[in-house]
Each structure stands twice: as C-alpha cells, then as structure tokens.
Design a protein around this ligand. Structure first.
Ligand code: HDD
Length: 715
C-alpha cells in the first residue's frame, strides 16, 4: 500500500492533516509498514538471507530480549486490580488519607505468589503464599507486602540469603523445584530454632490453599499508625477472605500440580471473569506502645504473632478484586512492590527483618526491572502528581522540561517543593534510639518454641494429623539421617507427642530434647505462654460458611435421569455454585427420556481434584455405565477419600457401592446420610428443594475428614 493509500484508508490516529488506522497495519517499532510477516529478505528464493533485513533483525532482537530476570523469590504469581473501601474514619489513629473517608474507593493492585518456585513452577506446592497489595492513594503508593502466614522463618534480614539458598533447589543439580522436601532446607532450619514456629505453619494445611481467594493475608511485621498529632500506636495488619479459609488435601495438591499447574492462577482469573469478585476484609490489631511490655511478646520479633484472643482484630474496610490484568507481563511481571513504599500516617517499626527488607526490594528491582526508573512503569506509577529532580537513568519515561535538575534553585521555582515545618509530607515518627552500636540481638527474641507449641495445641485433631503427615513427607525426603534426627529433636521442644509421631517413620532414635543443648543458635529457653490454646490459630470453624463459587462435578452417561437432577443443578447455580457435567465423551449424552445433555468435560481431561463436590444423578443406564468405567469409579473414590461432599440421587448411589461398604438408602426415607457429607436421595419422596438443601448442608463444612473407613477406601 502506498503512503497515500495508507493515509487515505486510515481512520484512528491523526497527525497533522493525515489520518492513520493503527489496527489494520503491521509495522516495525518505528511505525514502518511491514509488507508481509512470513518470509525474510533473501537473495533469490532459496537464500542466503540478507543482513540488511532490518524487519527480521528487529523482530528477532526483541524476542531475544523479551524475558527479564525472574524475582529471586516469589517468582510465580498472579494478580488482579480492584479497590479498597474504608468502613469508618481512622483519624484517631492515623493521618493516612486513604484511611479517612469511607466514601473513597482507593484503587489497588494485588499480586499473590508462591515463594520458592521458579516462574514456571506449579501453583499448588507446599509453600508460604505472598499476598502483596499496592494501594494507589492520593498521597502516593502504599505497599502492604505480606504473606498468608502471620510469622516468618527468621528474625533478622541478614539471614535471608541463607534461608533462600537453603530452600531453593540445591545448587549442584538444581533439584528439587518448588519444594522444601530436601536436605539443605532442613539442614538450615534444624540449625535455626527460631524457624520452628513458621515450620509449624508451613507443614499445616495453610501451605496448600484451595484458592488465593480463600486464604488469609498478614502484614507479618509490626508497623505503626501515626495520627495528625504525631501520636503513634503499633499495628498488625490482617486480611480475612469473604469465602472463608480453605485448603487442599496434600494428595490433591500434588495431583493438581501435574494436571493443572496453573490452578490458582486460573481460579483467580476465572472467578473475576465470571463476576465472582474475590473480597477480603482488612483488620488491624492496635497496641498502644506503652502496653507492649504487658503482652510478654516482643513486637519486633517476626517469628511471633499476637493471638486474636489477646488483642482482637478491628475490621476497618474491605478490598474487592474486580478486574483482571490486560497484559500479564506489563502488570503482574513488572509490578514492583516494596515495604518501603509508605504514606504519611503509617510508619515502620524497628523489626530487624523489616529493616533489611527496606533495602532489599529496591535493590532487587534495580536488576530485575533494569534501572532506577521502574516506578515510572504504568503499573507502578502513583496516581497522584510526582515532583522531584531525579533525572536520567535507564529507561527514563519522562521528558523533563527545562534546564534545572537540582534543588534549591531560582531558575525553576526551586523552593516550591519545600514543606513547611513538621506539618506536611511524610514525617518519620520520632523514636528513641539506643546509643550502643553492636551486632547483637535482643534477649527478648530468644524464645523459639512457646508459640510453636501454642500453634500445635490450638489445632484440631485432623489438622494435627496433617501436620504430622507433612513433616513425615518432607523429612522422609531428607537423605541425611543426622538432619532428620536434629529436626525431630527440635520438635520435641514443641511437643513430645508431635516429635514421636513424626519420628516414628524416619528410621531415627527416639526424639531427645536435650540433644539440642549447646548447639549453635539454640537457647534452652521457652517462655511460658500467656495462653495454652488460641482457637483463632486453627482453620476450623472460624468463618461463617460461604459456598459461593465452589465447583460441583455432575457425573453422567447415556440414560441419565435428567428430570430429577435438572432442578437441583438450577438451584445450586442460583446460590453461586458452578456445575459441570462430566461424561464418557465430549458432545452430548442421551437422557432417559430421549433428550440430550451437553457434556462439559470428560473423565479423560478432568478428575475429582478439580472439584469441590460431586453430584451423582439417577438413571439406571447411566449408573450401570459409570460403575463399569474405571475412571468414573476412581472419580467417586477419590472425592470420598478427600472428604468432599457427595450427593447421589436414586440409582446414582450405585457408584457409591464401589466404595466397598454399604451405602444403601433407607427405606421410607427421602434422605439418607450413611456417613458425614454423603447424601443419598430418593427423588420420589423428596419435597421441592430438599435435595439441593441437603447437598448444600453437606457442603458447608467444606470437607468431611470424619468419614467412616476413610483409610480403608483404596484410591
Ligand atoms: Fe520478601 C519479594 C513477602 C521477607 C526480599 N517478598 C516478596 C514478595 C512478597 C514478599 C509477597 C513478592 C512481591 C511481588 O508479588 O512482587 N518477604 C515477604 C514477607 C517477608 C519477606 C511477608 C517477611 C515478613 N523478603 C523478606 C526479606 C527479604 C526479602 C527478609 C530480604 C532481606 N522479597 C525480597 C526480595 C523480593 C521479595 C528479594 C523478590 C523480588 C522483589 O522483592 O521484588 O527483594
């Protein structure tokens, strides 16, 4: 197309008198139209290719450089946009603008992540999850860069590189990917007793969340809120998910890692696309600085939490994620969080872990994002005006006007940025600083086990069983016997029963708490905890059940009785559940009444681990076919074994008989519950709405680990 014709046909962009249509034209980065994009420039039809082909060179060169270094930790993640809205003004505690006016919606960008794995690793591995929130406030960006666990492995940032080196794949063979189950990790943490509390969380079901949408978030460190009078108080931040706190079964998490490594990323994306916007409530624990001593817990120690039973959480607002990123790289990959991004009214504490982070994030991003101007990228840019005299640097996005790049100056209103006294701008909260310079740690950090014990004591029996199983899995993969022994000896300081149960399968001696005495970093000191148990540390029974967005698998084959199940599906969909029909093949199946039913997925491309509940419709033909289909039988067995709610209508119950024990409906009764979470229904006897209500009731607890014969059911 000639330039003239190109101009004539174009509509969207005007430059001078000319108009250009940008969409229809393929151009180079310089805007030169490319005639075709399939053949490089050659001398003759069979080559050679010519160096002068600037179109080829530009394309290949851009491709060659389109990867940037992945985050050194938290490389694997997914993000979403949304907003934060306050419940009521917090002016008593903070002058932060976004915490004053409940009418304002502050835009946010949130990135969830795993910590250990590389960018391409699976979402569902056992790991702490990152929960990083960027608030684009009128006073600048505020980043709350937290995790889904309220404590951390180490107390001082100087240990962070060692922790991460120990946790990452071992350097000689780059194994294993995204897993703590190897020698170097347990070698390090067994020599670092301060990590024991975090290890309890890591080995708990919190480390295998069902969804990013169903996990809590924590700021971890103590921060400070500062009001307009300069008065400050200590604060801990908490995110509480509206959909409750749910986890996978370990067996399930491992299988999903193979079947759908993008499980969490997809789940977040799909929920937002469907308009099921994830929501969290932000809460704060406020502690007057003078009351810190009364708590008996050092607020600067990131391996400790303040139980809600001691300081309740005050809900202050809610966050809704309602928009997926337009481009993963530009937003999720290029976003740069930094705990040092603060706004007036919020301040740091002297937590030595936090203090080190304040250096590390900026430093890390210099190499990851290629220079000091990454905050100018669209995703990182504040929404408020920015005025400074910093100039130059790689990838400078702003063409600064004028001759002045210093301050003070008289040539460019150089004093206009000066703030008046201590009333405006970011004011660091005044703090007394102890005068002795020394490389040391406060003795109040020495208690390494009391909160690990508190956590253990606060778990339900099932949660304890899962923690024991997780320790056994990880430690069984440790090749060095001495490391296994050392770790279990440490666990003896948490609870002797825990240590004995974990150690039983590890081919080691009986756990011996005294073995640790005198070891580097080990202090034989355990504070008496003010609480014996803190129910808030358990995942059980903490949230009002909310079943919205859960996924129900409807297993069906030719001969399915649609009449009895259609209404149930409609009723489940009406309360926010997603039902998908799983059949022996794609396309349609024939129903008992001769109609057709569309199949969403087959037993070849999905399995029970992708669903939260299972519905087995009636129809003799369908039931008989499914009972003869190994994958369908496995589906039901696996769902049973993972404690999932199952509802069988009429002949649908036949599939349950493959579980190996009696699952017969009771005569004269519309509903039978042979074991927790399994509902067998006689549709002829059930009244309107009864089936879906019974199924929904079975879904409320999410899982039924108290089922009979759970272990004897083979999967
Ligand atoms: Fe960190 C990334 C959370 C301790 C150094 N960290 C990173 C991310 C999260 C956290 C959520 C990913 C942010 C994103 O999505 O881009 N980190 C934490 C929490 C910690 C913590 C909750 C303890 C309470 N981190 C920590 C320490 C150091 C770092 C002690 C170093 C001294 N973290 C980094 C980093 C990363 C990072 C190397 C990797 C890439 C980046 O920052 O931008 O600087």
């Amino acid at each position: 197309m000639s330039t003239a014709r190109r101009k004539a046909s174009d509509k969207n962009i005007s430059i001078g008198n000319a108009k250009y249509e940008s969409i229809s034209l393929l151009t180079t980065q310089q805007g030169v139209q490319i005639p075709e994009n399939h053949n490089s420039l050659k001398a003759g039809p069979r080559g050679p290719t010519l160096m002068e082909d600037f179109i080829l060179r530009e394309k290949l060169s851009h491709f060659d450089h389109e990867r940037i270094p992945e985050r050194v930790v938290h490389a694997r993640g997914a993000s979403a946009h949304g907003f934060f809205k306050l419940y009521k003004p917090l002016s008593l505690y903070t002058s932060a603008d976004f915490l004053q006016d409940p009418a304002i919606e502050t835009p946010v960008f949130v990135r969830f992540s795993t910590a250990i794995g590389s960018r391409g690793s699976a979402d569902t591995v056992r790991d702490v999850r990152g929960f990083a929130v960027k608030f684009y406030t009128a006073q600048g960006n505020y980043d709350l860069v937290g995790n889904n666990m309220p404590v951390y492995f180490i107390q001082d940032a100087i240990k962070f590189p060692d922790l991460v080196h120990a946790l990452k794949p071992e350097p000689h063979q780059e194994l294993p990917q995204a897993s703590s189950a190897h020698d170097t990790f347990w070698d390090f943490v067994s020599l670092m007793p301060e990590s024991t509390h975090m290890l309890m969380w890591l080995m708990s079901d919190r480390a295998i969340p069902r969804s990013y949408r169903m996990m809590e978030g924590f700021g971890v460190h103590t921060f400070r809120l500062v009001n307009s009078h300069g008065q400050s108080c200590c604060v801990k931040f908490h995110w509480k998910p509206r959909l409750g706190l749910h986890s996978m079964a370990w067996d399930e998490a491992q299988k999903i890692a193979g079947q759908d490594p993008d499980f969490h990323r997809r789940d977040l994306w799909d929920a937002i696309e469907k308009g099921h916007f994830p929501e969290w409530e932000l809460g704060v624990q406020l502690i007057e600085e003078s009351k810190e001593a009364e708590l008996g817990i050092d607020l600067l120690d990131a391996t400790k939490l303040i139980p809600e039973e001691m300081v309740p959480i005050l809900p202050i607002g809610r966050m809704v994620l309602n928009r997926n990123p337009a481009n993963f790289f530009a937003e999720s990959e290029q976003v740069a969080f930094n705990p040092g991004n603060l706004v007036p009214g919020i301040d740091f504490s002297n937590d030595p872990l936090l203090q080190g982070r304040l250096f590390s994030y900026t430093d890390s991003q210099l190499s990851r994002l290629g220079g000091p101007n990454a905050q100018g990228l669209p995703i990182n840019r504040p929404i408020c005006p920015v005025h400074h005299f910093q100039r130059g640097g790689s990838h400078q996005y702003t063409s600064h006007k004028g001759r002045v790049s210093y301050e003070p100056n008289t040539l460019s209103a150089g004093t206009e940025f000066r703030v008046d006294g201590s009333a405006q701008g970011f004011q660091s909260s005044p703090d007394a600083v102890a005068p002795i310079k020394k490389r040391h740690q406060s003795p109040s950090f020495d208690d390494h086990f009391s909160q690990a014990t508190l956590f253990w004591n606060s778990q339900s029996q099932v949660e304890k069983d899962h923690i024991v199983a997780a320790f056994r899995f990880d430690l069984s993969n440790v090749e060095t016997t001495e490391i296994r022994q050392r770790m279990v000896d440490n666990l003896a300081h948490v609870d002797m029963k825990l240590a004995t149960r974990v150690g039983a399968q590890l081919g080691i001696h009986i756990p011996d708490p005294s073995a640790a005495a005198g070891r580097l970093g080990f202090r034989d000191y355990k504070k008496k905890s003010l609480l014996d148990e803190a129910p808030s540390l358990s995942m059980v029974g903490r949230y009002k059940p909310d079943i919205r967005t859960r996924k129900v698998a409807v297993l069906a084959a030719d001969g399915v009785d649609l009449t009895s199940v259609k209404r149930v599906i409609l009723e489940l969909t009406a309360v926010g559940l997603t039902c998908q029909v799983i059949g022996p093949h794609l396309g349609h199946i024939r129903t008992a009444s001769g109609r057709t039913l569309a199949v969403d997925l087959t037993f070849s491309n999905t399995s029970s681990v992708m669903f939260d509940a299972v519905l087995l419709p009636g129809g003799l033909g369908s039931a008989e076919q499914l009972c003869g289909l190994g994958k369908a039988v496995h589906f039901a067995l696996e769902a049973y074994k993972h404690g999932k709610p199952i509802c069988a209508i009429n002949e649908g119950a036949h599939l349950l008989s493959t579980l190996g024990f009696s699952m017969c409906p009771q005569k004269d009764s519309a509903l039978t519950v042979p074991t927790p979470g399994v509902v067998i229904v006689d549709s002829l006897k059930a009244i309107d709405g009864q089936i879906s209500q019974a199924f929904i009731a079975a879904m409320l607890p999410y899982r039924h680990w108290d089922r009979v014969n759970l272990d004897s059911v083979a999967v």
